[in-house]
Write a protein of this length. Structure first.
Length: 446
């Protein structure tokens, strides 16, 4: 369990690093469109290679400063100086970059677009050390992409590059879709962690595969949206053709119905316009009687739909206005509890009790925190004690639980109750041996 969680967080951190580099993408189309005047594929690889060097230098500089500050004989008075040196550390890779540019003599735009991105990503490497993935790719990176892409799109529009500028704008749109995907995935996973950390049950309350399921849902929505964007024109023409065909078929049926009921002795003439997207897109009706038939049929269909789906419509209206009338005093944040309490609600059935016990056992098995695992085990012991002729009461102490357990199961419960007291009230972590003994005891009284 812990190994799987560690792999998930490693993947999310890598995804956050990718998000930092994706936030700098608008600088490359700007270099190609506004400075070089054409798109050269290997330029993308070269620019990202330079930015990667800046990022690695920033990460190594942060690690070096941290090791220096962690020495025993390091004076705290030097902390501000070390922090200042770390912030000025971008000057060294910048100087190296300028020296290489002097030798290779690239386009002058490289000094602005590539070097600016390198300085930004240097600080990304500096301040990523020891941080969670939610802090590595913060909202500032997303805002950087939005602001830079908007400004560059305006500059593309004001330029006279024509098709080249349009291609650059399309690249910015695809890049925006990609960074939206990264931001959505990381935000979703951050919200999951926040909700689980607010409770005292840890990640054991998460159903298996929840992170993967949410990630696949986000990627699926992204793929559909990107496909609609990329193939908007052919999809639009196809939908126009289908709608036109449906309208023509409906009008044909309306003409037949009109003939049956003798609304008019003159036939309905349907003439498509010359610029029809389906070889007949715009429909012109020469007779007004068909319009009356269509209106009557549409009203009848609407009434039928309202009657059939009346419950769904009423529920949708209630859900829409529910936030205006909900009780704000209620809260859904339930703290960890491993005690037996009474309730005035309807008592649960035997089936509900067995289901709750199985869910509690699954949580106990999946839990990785020793303290929470032991407390969940004690809660499971109380639940199973409740099935005997010595059920626990809300006023019972752990000593009473021990005595009732001894009588109900014929087992010595002093070990589990004593360890629980230390874990619950003295904040002492249970040992591996104590956890094993608890597991064996719970298996015997199952």
């Amino acid at each position: 369990m812990s190994e799987r969680i560690s792999k998930q967080h490693t993947f999310l951190k890598v995804l956050a690093y990718v998000g930092q580099f994706a936030a700098l993408f608008p600088f490359i189309p700007a270099l190609e469109v506004l400075s070089i005047g054409r798109f050269i594929p290997w330029h993308f690889v070269a620019v990202y290679g330079v930015w990667l060097a800046f990022w690695v230098f920033g990460l190594l500089a942060a690690r070096f400063i941290w090791r220096v500050r962690s020495r025993k004989n390091f004076s705290k008075r030097l902390v501000p100086i070390m922090n200042l040196l770390l912030k000025l550390g971008f000057l060294l890779p910048s100087a190296l970059f300028i020296m290489v540019c002097v030798l290779l003599k690239p386009d002058p735009g490289a000094y602005f677009y590539v070097l600016s991105g390198g300085i930004v990503i240097y600080f990304g490497g500096c301040f990523s050390r020891g941080k969670a993935y939610s802090d590595i790719f913060s909202r500032s990176w997303f805002a950087l992409y939005i602001i830079s892409s908007i400004l560059l799109t305006i500059m593309f529009a004001l330029s006279v590059k024509g098709e080249l500028a349009a291609q650059g704008s399309r690249m910015l749109c695809f890049g925006f879709a990609f960074i939206i995907l990264i931001s959505a995935l990381l935000t979703n996973q951050t919200n999951i962690d926040t909700c689980t950390n607010q409770r005292d049950r840890g990640r054991a309350v998460l159903p298996w595969g929840l992170r993967r399921y949410n990630a696949l849902i986000g990627m699926g929505i992204f793929a559909v949206a990107l496909g609609l964007f990329a193939f908007a024109k052919p999809i639009g023409n196809f939908l126009k053709m289908l709608v036109g065909a449906a309208v023509r078929a409906f009008l044909y049926v309306a003409e037949i119905v009109d003939g049956w009921f003798h609304f008019s002795n003159e036939p309905i003439e349907i003439e498509p316009s010359e610029d029809a997207g389906f070889n007949g897109g715009s429909i012109e009706i020469k007779d007004g009687s068909a319009g009356d038939v269509i209106a009557v049929l549409m009203i009848a269909a609407l009434i039928v739909l309202i009657i059939v789906f009346r419950k769904s419509i009423v529920q949708a209206i209630k859900n829409f206005f529910a936030p205006l009338f909900k009780d704000r005093r209620k809260t859904s944040d339930v703290p960890f509890a491993d005690e037996i309490t009474s309730s005035a609600a309807k008592p649960p059935t035997e089936r509900m009790k067995k289901k709750a016990e199985r869910e509690l056992e699954r949580r106990y098995i999946r839990e990785t925190s020793p303290e929470r695992k032991y407390r969940l085990g004690y809660e499971l012991f109380l639940v199973r004690l409740g099935r005997t002729s010595y059920p626990p009461k809300p006023s019972d102490t752990t000593d009473v639980h021990r005595e009732k357990g001894n009588s109900a199961f014929g087992e010595d419960m002093s070990g589990i109750s004593d360890t629980y007291n230390r874990v619950r009230y003295a904040d002492v972590q249970p040992t591996a041996a104590e956890l094993d003994k608890q597991f064996e005891l719970l298996h015997r009284i199952k």
